[in-house]
Design a protein around this ligand. Structure first.
Ligand code: 5GP
Ligand code: MG
Ligand code: MG
Length: 181
């Protein structure tokens, strides 16, 4: 747990997130109109709020599964080492898979997860990330759909934590450390 006092400044409002999800879901619904094989895979834990809003805005039959991969501990620093803590429950062979990520930062997590899932022979695999930090990219990867492109700031809320807190904020905010208090 962090000992340094901080405040959270709102960056993307709950209303803007909802509006963007509505737009994205129109595109995604069109993309998968002809399949009954869509499985939406949420990367835990950061995507849990996003995936909940996303699937309810999709006008399609969908299955939902989760995978937990992490390159972050409780720190604010990324690491190139990606570990799988929880694998999918179901098979994805021959399925259309949509991987849902909270933030693409260095890109190592998504690269690793895609490599792992492609080896299971899905019919098609695509990715969506709520947030993208292109200036931080190290791996050559881009999500197929992106909610918002943001600068290199440490953000929280809408499922995303700082030291396991703040996931329940309805908006995306940036962490700002304050002296004293
Ligand atoms: P990558 O492997 O792309 O560097 O890392 C992606 C993961 O790092 C994200 O899914 C997220 O869990 C974490 N991450 C990246 N940027 C932030 C951030 O600003 N705030 C928080 N809480 N996690 C972040
Ligand atoms: Mg994540
Ligand atoms: Mg985290």
């Amino acid at each position: 747990m962090s000992e340094r006092p901080y405040v959270i400044d709102e960056m993307i409002s709950a209303k803007s997130i909802a509006a963007r999800i509505e737009e994205l879901c129109k595109e995604i619904t069109a993309e998968y109109r002809d399949t009954d094989k869509l499985i939406v895979v949420g990367l835990l834990r950061g995507s849990f709020v996003f995936i909940a809003d996303l699937v309810r805005e999709l006008n399609l039959p969908v299955e939902v599964d989760f995978l937990e991969a992490s390159s972050y501990g409780n720190a604010m620093e990324s690491s190139r080492e990606v570990r799988i803590f929880k694998d999918l429950r179901g098979e994805i062979e021959g399925r259309d898979v949509l991987v849902v990520e909270d933030i693409v930062d260095t890109g190592h997590t998504l690269t690793h997860v895609l490599h792992l899932l492609k080896a299971r022979n899905p019919r098609k695999i695509k990715t969506i990330a709520l947030l993208d930090k292109p200036s931080r990219r190290e791996a050559d990867i881009a999500a197929d759909w992106i909610g918002f492109s943001i600068p290199d700031e440490f953000v929280v809320g809408y499922g995303i934590d700082y030291a396991q807190r703040n996931r329940n904020l309805p908006f995306i905010g940036k962490v700002r450390f304050v002296e004293g208090s």
